[in-house]
Design a binder for this molecule. Structure first.
Ligand code: ADP
Ligand code: ZN
Ligand code: ZN
Length: 752
């Protein structure tokens, strides 16, 4: 006799770290055939009911029979994870120190919220009728119908006999019959109807689908593809980094790799950091893979995402292209994960479980034994370092563009030599002249302004020096109320005198430029052309993004001023000049990533110029033309930048030479926030051990957001795999002030 499973281990979905283990529940007889790993269930917990995830079924429990409660009901029709996904969920929960439920929730269908009804999501599915002949019924009725009189009906039956199951609309069209005839046959049972939910195209999939001819890969691309194919043939986990300059044809390598994966009857996941990059990528994939490819991202509404989720679940697509959350879609039989623009900070989730998509993808690749391919023109320092040092990581470099074009002209304007009293330092005379000359030729100009930049730092207008904390090598933050410069990492502070510690002049100034100010300046000077602005303030309205672009693209000269939003993917032909006006603001970020971000961003923005046969020019205004970043940007030398930046990091033990853990406590009372952070610091001190160190506590770089005070402390850990459990234990036992919140950020991409 088969022993049926009587008990289930269930993880309760509540946001508490101290419930880090599953509970045993009894499977009632009426549910015994339904319960399996990965199902969402409802169970009694304390004095209420809670949602939980079944992670295992078993026929014995260690617990006393009397203590075990029954599972109340099953909430999901299908398991939302299998044993492999369970392994990934468990890893996420442990690595990022998050309750199991929070990690599991990433994998459940959007909007389902553990409820059985799909009505709550507002989804209106489209069903179609699939018709087939019920042979038995037909034989039974055949004699009783006058087929001469019912000639059309006979034609329908003949059609179904020779074609098998067919969708209703097609049958009516092919046979040329009326619906009444079909209905009659349905009602008499001769035709059987099967309803099937239809796959829908969403407006996001508006690719041009030009049916581009298949490209013959050049030798560089071929060797990258070869590296991927070697792994695909072996069915093993392996990482591949394609470091290819902008325009080196990485997309065509991805496409060729996917072709191979699909030929092996497996599926592919293609990740991209930004929604704005999806249309281009999608249309290129679509011209090759047609309806086998779909998109998935957070800008789709919940109903659309839910429907798409079900389609992926049903195996209707072989390639999913999407932003970070698509790593959690239920794609099965995945054979490759591709991460385009690997370095992009948007791959980091900034709320709830603060995961890095790259880290999750790599873990997933490891669990599934498949390759993970990353591509970038400017790889993240950590990724690049790993690609060089880890055994299961291959680095492939592509140093040339796939299509020849004239090289960009890059130039710096040294702001130190601009006389503040005579000349504007926001748009210098030299930049002004260049803009004017391009507009006169009916060309387009992009003015880039970094907004992520941080205005609370000071810079010497004589020598470009940004005063930094000697211990952290990060800019001080200026505090107007106390007149002090404070390091927001370690808390060190010095009195602000206005005097530069490097050149001795009294030329320290508070740094900062507003985008509106830039716009009005340009409008004043260039009255005859459209001066457009694109930043998150003007694009909150739906579609305004498209409208602004449309105006910019329309024939004739125009100027577009933008923030990070325009750095990526913008592909406008006639842009011949890109001006970067406040490049130093990136240097003022109190974040050890600043060099990396500045290098990546400037390279990316520069790539907006000279995309056609017209020569492109990039002009960078800076107080620091001699800085390591600027020199390497100008020389377009990633390799040299990487080597120097790596040494900076080695010296101060920043990643990749450590893992960084940022612990933020936020709350409305600054006193209570400080009280908690001090107490937590004390408790963590011993746990951190020899190989690791602690920084802080200090006010977080954004020390007050929306009435909430924020203090943080950071741990530079030698090895996170051993430290995380210890920290997790301490956090579980830590009694904070009730109104305070603890935010954990493992490997943060911004320390703000
Ligand atoms: P990347 O993603 O590396 O920046 P893309 O994949 O966008 O570069 O390729 C840039 C352009 O080069 C595209 O228009 C692409 O069609 C073209 N291209 C790619 N590979 C080749 C090739 N082998 N021969 C000619 N053109 C190519
Ligand atoms: Zn100075
Ligand atoms: Zn410091």
């Amino acid at each position: 006799m088969k022993i049926s499973n009587k008990y289930a281990e269930v993880f309760i979905d509540i946001k508490a770290l101290n419930i880090s283990h599953p509970f045993d529940y009894r499977i009632p007889v009426n549910l015994s055939s339904e319960i399996s790993t990965g199902l969402i269930v409802r169970v009694p917990f304390k004095n209420r009911f809670e949602t939980g995830y079944v992670i295992k079924t078993k026929d014995k429990s260690e617990l006393n029979e009397k203590e075990i409660k029954n599972i109340k009901e099953v909430l999901s029709k299908k398991p939302v994870f299998d044993s492999k996904k369970l392994e990934l969920i468990t890893w996420i929960s442990r690595y990022y120190i998050q309750p199991f439920g929070s990690a599991a929730r990433l994998f459940i269908p959007p909007g389902e919220k553990c409820k059985r009804s799909s009505a709550r999501t507002g989804v209106k599915f489209v069903f179609k009728d699939y018709l087939s002949l019920n042979n038995n019924k037909y034989k039974e009725c055949r004699g009783g119908i006058n087929w001469k009189k019912n000639y059309s009906k006979k034609k329908i039956i003949d059609y179904l006999t020779s074609n098998g199951e067919v969708v209703k609309e097609k049958l009516i069209e092919d046979v040329g019959c009326s619906y009444a005839n079909v209905r009659f046959l349905i009602e008499s049972g001769i035709i059987t109807v099967r309803k099937e939910r239809q796959k829908r195209d969403f407006k996001y999939e508006y690719g041009e689908n030009k049916n581009k001819k298949r490209i013959n890969l050049n030798p560089y691309q071929k060797s990258a593809l070869q590296a991927i194919e070697n792994v695909l043939d072996k069915d093993v986990f392996h990482k591949i980094l394609i470091e290819g300059v902008t325009g080196s044809g990485k997309t065509d390598i991805y496409i060729a790799a996917c072709r191979k994966v699909l030929n092996n009857n497996r599926r592919a996941l293609v990740l991209t950091p930004e929604i704005s990059l999806i249309p281009q990528l999608f249309s290129r994939f679509q011209s090759e893979f047609k309806e086998r490819v779909c998109v998935y991202h957070s800008n789709m509404n919940v109903a659309e995402r839910y429907e798409r989720w079900l389609d992926i679940w049903d195996g209707r697509f072989d390639i999913v292209i999407g932003t970070r959350s698509s790593i959690f879609t239920p794609l099965s039989n995945t054979g490759i994960i591709i991460i385009d623009e690997e370095h992009d900070p948007s791959y980091k989730e900034g709320t709830a479980v603060r995961y890095n998509t790259g880290e999750v993808a790599i873990k997933m690749g490891e669990i599934l034994n498949i390759p993970v391919v990353m591509g970038s023109a400017t790889p993240g320092i950590v990724t690049r370092y790993k690609a060089e040092t880890e055994k299961d990581f291959t680095l492939v470099k592509i140093p040339v563009k796939a299509q020849s074009s004239s090289p960009l002209e890059m130039r710096m304007i040294d702001l130190r030599s601009v006389d503040h009293r005579k000349e504007d330092t926001i748009i210098t005379g030299e930049l002004f002249k260049e803009i004017k000359s391009e507009l006169a030729k009916n060309n387009k100009v992009i003015i880039f302004l970094n907004r992520r930049g941080y205005s609370n730092f000071v810079i010497c207008s004589k020598c470009g020096n940004v005063p930094k904390c000697p211990a952290c090598d990060l800019p001080y933050n200026y505090h107007r109320d106390t007149g002090k410069l404070v390091c927001h990492h370690c808390g060190r502070e010095i009195v602000y005198t206005g005097k530069c510690d490097k050149c001795g002049s009294n030329s320290l100034v508070l740094y900062g430029t507003g985008i509106q100010k830039v716009q009005s300046k340009l409008e004043e000077r260039f009255k005859e052309v459209p001066v457009l602005r694109m930043d998150s303030d003007v694009t909150v309205k739906k579609k305004s993004h498209q409208e602004i672009l449309k105006k910019f693209i329309s024939p004739g000269g125009s100027i577009l001023i933008g923030t990070q939003m325009i750095a990526k993917g913008l592909d406008v032909g006639d842009v011949t000049l890109v001006g970067i006006i406040n490049s130093d603001s990136m240097m003022g970020l109190p974040d050890y990533h600043m060099n990396e971000r500045a290098y990546q961003l400037i390279t990316q923005v520069s790539g907006r110029a000279g995309r056609t046969s017209k020569k492109g020019k990039v002009i960078i205004q800076t107080y620091n033309p001699d800085s390591m970043v600027m020199k390497n940007v100008l020389g377009n030398d990633y390799e040299s930048f990487y080597k120097q930046e790596l040494e900076n990091r080695r010296e101060l033990k920043y990643p990749p030479f450590s893992y960084l853990i940022n612990i933020i406590i936020s709350g409305k009372s600054e006193e209570k926030v400080k009280e908690d952070i001090r107490e937590l610091t004390l408790r963590l001190k011993d746990a951190v051990g020899e190989n690791s160190s602690m920084l802080g506590p200090a006010p977080a770089p954004f020390s007050k957001i929306n009435k909430f005070y924020r203090w943080h402390l950071m741990i530079k850990a030698g090895n996170w795999d051993t430290l995380n459990d210890r920290i997790s234990e301490i956090l579980k036992g830590f009694k904070k002030n009730n109104e305070n919140k603890i935010i954990l950020d493992i490997n943060p991409v911004w320390i703000l």
